[in-house]
Design a protein around this ligand. Structure first.
Ligand SMILES: Nc1ncnc2c1ncn2[C@@H]1O[C@H](COP(=O)(O)OP(=O)(O)OP(=O)(O)O)[C@@H](O)[C@H]1O
Length: 221
């Protein structure tokens, strides 16, 4: 009995904490955007997905986040299909979409508090204020989001990265609208996330530079 337990424990311990796409296909209307796409992203790794407009970057990120089902193939986290993992995967994931997912009439503070509560992991107002300060929004926390600039809205959305530890970050064009300081802040945040054993998949039309290096996947070429 103890031998079996030991064997099972060591097997579990050796399942790599990696995100995998295995033979993924994505159809949009008449178009096949992705065919037999296979990739692995391990902890401490950043994968940058690049390609022309319409090449399927957002579609791939949505499939990796479990928000869109692939026409074929499978996405796995720690060796298990994310479809089967359900909330166990969602609790390990932080997805920041192309749009900022902020409600215009609410302040940045209220947006972050509401998003955290909805995700089932409420946070304190102090934690939210600290995250918004780090995101460079000190003094703007209580304004309705509709009056913030595009870059400030992006910063407010990205402040979610500071509120919970989630190993899998999937970020769709997170650098869009950010100024140079904010781009450096976000790069440092991703680097720290990778150093803590997280992984990141992101899209960007610009090249990005991280201390740990970046792997690039080019679509539509
Ligand atoms: N729900 C949908 N129904 C039909 N077509 C869709 C749908 N979602 C996306 N598409 C199409 O799929 C293609 C890829 O879209 P996607 O958003 O994945 O591209 P992208 O590489 O992220 O583009 P961009 O660089 O412009 O953000 C586009 O031609 C788009 O119109």
């Amino acid at each position: 009995m103890s031998d079996i337990t030991t064997a099972r424990s060591s097997y579990v311990a050796h399942i790599p904490a990696q995100l995998e796409a295995d033979g993924v296909e994505c159809l949009r209307g008449e178009r096949r955007l992705l065919k037999n796409l296979t990739l692995q992203v391990g902890t401490g790794t950043c994968l940058l997905v690049q390609g022309p407009n319409g090449s399927g970057k957002t579609s791939l990120l949505r499939i990796l986040a479990g928000l869109t089902q692939p026409a074929d193939g499978c996405v796995r986290w720690k060796g298990q299909p994310i479809k089967q993992l359900g909330d166990d995967y969602r609790n390990d994931l932080l997805y920041c979409g192309h749009h900022n997912a902020l409600k215009d009439e609410l302040s940045a503070e209220e947006n972050l508090l509401a998003a955290a509560a909805l995700s089932g992991t409420p946070v304190t107002i102090d934690a939210v204020r600290e995250a918004l300060h780090q995101a460079g929004l000190a003094g703007r926390e209580r304004l309705p989001v509709r009056v913030l600039s595009q870059g400030q809205r992006r910063r407010a959305s990205l402040a979610r990265l500071l509120l919970h530890y989630r190993p899998v970050w999937i970020l769709d064009e997170p650098f869009t609208a950010l100024d140079t300081d904010a781009m450096q802040w976000l790069s440092a945040l991703i680097d720290r996330h990778l150093a803590l054993g997280g992984l990141t998949v992101l899209t960007s039309h610009q090249d990005i530079s991280l201390a740990r290096g970046v792997r690039t996947l080019r679509l539509g070429v």
